[in-house]
Write a protein that binds this ligand. Structure first.
Ligand code: SME
Length: 146
């Protein structure tokens, strides 16, 4: 299936999955599982902004680091600059935080509400250059539903 078609389905599934009557953790738990099942990447999960740190939230995949400082790693930079980062080769990214030796590329999408980043969605792949602007386009639409 073409990526755009797969993401269009996923967007619709996300719309029916997100429940505005429950908290972010419940929705992130279901959404991380849905993305993991549909996209089959190595690690998919959320880090939530708690005070001055990103703290590990709901995820699927191997055990990961539990806290990331503002501006550190790909996640901390996405939080700092309020923008999506696509990293084709994490070994070339200055300051990358390695949680799994199997990861080779990564996309981090900030989750923004009222102009504030409240979390980031992080997806890691074992393949180099796995993510492109099509992933960015749809993943930004998906996290906007939170
Ligand atoms: N690689 C991330 C850290 C989180 S793990 O990949 C799950 C980073 O550099 O921010």
């Amino acid at each position: 299936m073409k990526k755009a078609k797969q993401y269009s389905f996923l967007l619709e599934e996300t719309k029916s999955l997100i429940n505005k009557d429950v908290d972010d953790i419940a929705n992130m738990a279901n959404l991380s599982r849905l993305l993991y099942e549909r996209l089959s990447h190595h690690w998919i999960g959320f880090y939530r902004v708690i005070k001055d740190q990103l703290i590990l939230g709901p995820f699927n995949g191997p055990i990961a680091c539990t806290s990331i400082a503002f501006g550190k790693g790909v996640c901390g930079k996405s939080w700092q600059h309020k923008k999506t980062y696509i990293v084709n080769d994490i070994h070339q990214f200055d300051g990358h935080i390695a949680c799994s030796p199997l990861s080779n590329s990564e996309i981090v999408v900030p989750c923004i509400r009222n102009n504030h980043v409240f979390a980031v969605l992080d997806i890691d792949s074992t393949k180099l250059s796995m993510f492109d602007h099509e992933d960015q386009y749809y993943l930004e639409k998906i996290v906007a539903l939170l």
